[in-house]
Design a binder for this molecule. Sequence first.
Ligand code: GLP
Length: 243
Amino acid sequence: MRITRYPTPTAAAAAASRLLVTRLRETPALVVGLPTGATAVPFYAGLVRAYRCGRVDFRRATTFNLDEFVGLAPADARSYRAFMQRHLFDHVNLVPTRTHVLNGAARDLRAEARRFEARIDAAGGLDLVVIGIGRNGHIGFNEPAAALEARTHETRLTRSSREANADAFGGWRRVPAHALTMGIGTILGARQVLLLATGASKATILARALDGPVTTRIPASLLQTHPDVRVVADAAAADRLQR
Ligand code: GLP
């Protein structure tokens, strides 16, 4: 695991953007898993800047998002599909049919999850997955539990995760109670993982995830078992790390 620290969230996000740009220049047909959340906003801004300056071309790339709320149509402004359109997809030359976001409004959620996994397989698997970390240690929406599901599935959100998303919905009780998420095996199956963590609110959980024991109670701790993880953090999030 390689951990790189930057003085500010902006610098950390820019470093993560550069890393993805470099990967795309080496492998234009990159298959990449993408996150949502506040941490990802400056990361996407960096990608859009790089695209506008002609430093990166997304035309041959394929993307798969980590998760989506159950019950929200893709056109709903609060959906993660809408987030992705707003922050990345509408501004770069990704081919729309190669941007995959789970449909939380699908009538048959199991079939939707199976279809998503099949598409990842058909694309040759994820070359790289970019992830954030929830304050409770979730990755994607794999919440702390006695056991974790390997593949894409429907999950019940913890109160902590609903609270973290409360602003967009006008209170945590209005945040959908369920989500679809890549499974822990889907994420760990990526050939490379890039974890971006910024802000003091992530310091304790980041240290527990990276320095503590591997436990399903902190899903991000399973990253310790992956052979190629890059952690990009700002000073505040890295503050409690032992290395
Ligand atoms: C969200 C997403 C995660 C994300 C995490 C952190 O709810 N499901 O994929 O990494 O929680 O979000 P933030 O960056 O807003 O702290």
